[in-house]
Design a protein around this ligand. Structure first.
Ligand code: CO8
Length: 265
């Protein structure tokens, strides 16, 4: 296992076709500082450009959780609304995840709060331990989510459930989160999260690579395109894949009753 620090709060690890982005601020429950805002997109872009990597997963180090949200202790001078707007407009670090082509899995344990939940919501798959705790506490801090939570949560769990969580800040456990589709996978036991996410990622990585990227791109279109545009996008991507070597190979493998050998072309 090859580990490399992006900065003091983010590291990456390569495990075959799986690239891990690791939040390493465990003493603060991986509370989001500027190093995380800068390092996570940088790490994701690096893996997206790395031909050896097919699937990416994000996890947080430490016993207490994936991420306890924005760093409430971060010292900033007084700012006007215009200054806050300009600063956040310049960062938009969670939105940067939208540009990643490869599947991104959030591997969540323990606390997943506020900005940490927003980070997870920007990922493609949310995989959590049975002891995970989810909440958007912002309104109790006199704020609202600022990393896409008000827009992504309704699209993922539906407007009614999202409004409930947003207005109450109520904590959800993994079972409740799974029941509403906020997460789609749970680890059998907390200690197994990394192993089970790895096995899950390898199952995705074994499939035709170009098809996987296209499937992600098309399904992400359902987030922000009108139906007609989304259907056009789907058709364009389907048409490009149909003549590909990997699609031909899959059909041949089926006829010859063998496993396909994908090349990514
Ligand atoms: N920011 C900064 N430090 C944090 C944060 C955080 N969000 N969360 C935990 N920490 C630190 C604690 O201060 C503590 O540090 P130290 O040991 O130096 O005192 C360490 O992490 C461990 O935390 P606890 O001792 O509190 O651990 P517990 O297991 O007792 O409690 C909790 C865990 C319940 C998660 C508790 O730490 C907590 O309530 N944290 C804050 C959660 C929260 O409200 N997060 C913000 C969500 S809102 C958001 O993300 C967007 C708005 C942000 C506004 C930012 C304003 C500047």
């Amino acid at each position: 296992l090859e580990r490399e620090a992006i900065n003091g709060s983010v590291s990456i690890e390569r495990e075959g076709a799986l690239g891990w982005v690791v939040l390493t601020r465990a003493a603060q429950i991986n509370a989001i500082n500027d190093e995380i805002r800068q390092g996570v997109p940088q790490a994701l872009r690096g893996f997206d450009a790395d031909p050896a990597i097919r699937v990416i997963a994000i996890r947080g180090e430490g016993a207490r959780g994936f991420c306890a949200g924005a760093d409430i202790k971060e010292a900033r001078g007084p700012e006007t609304a215009i200054e806050v707007r300009r600063r956040m407009e310049g960062v938009r670090w969670i939105e940067a995840i939208d540009t990643i082509q490869k599947p991104v899995i959030a591997a969540i344990h323990g606390y997943c709060l506020g900005g940490g939940l927003e980070l997870a919501l920007a990922c493609d798959i949310r995989f959590a331990t049975p002891d995970a705790v989810f909440s958007l506490p912002e309104t109790a801090l006199g704020l609202i989510p600022g990393g896409g939570g008000t827009q992504r949560l309704p699209r993922i769990v539906g407007p009614g459930r999202a409004m409930d969580l947003l207005l109450t800040g109520e904590r959800l456990d993994a079972a409740a989160a799974k029941g509403m589709g906020l997460i789609t996978r749970t680890a059998s036991v907390s200690e197994a999260l990394v192993d089970e996410v790895r096995a899950f990622a390898m199952r995705i990585a074994a499939r035709a690579p170009a098809a996987t990227l296209s499937a992600k791109r098309a399904a992400r279109g359902a987030f922000d395109l009108a139906l007609k545009q989304g259907l056009d996008l789907e058709l364009d991507l389907f048409a490009m894949l149909k003549p590909s070597d990997d699609a031909q190979e899959a059909a041949s493998a089926f006829r010859e009753k063998r496993a396909p050998n994908f090349t990514g072309h």
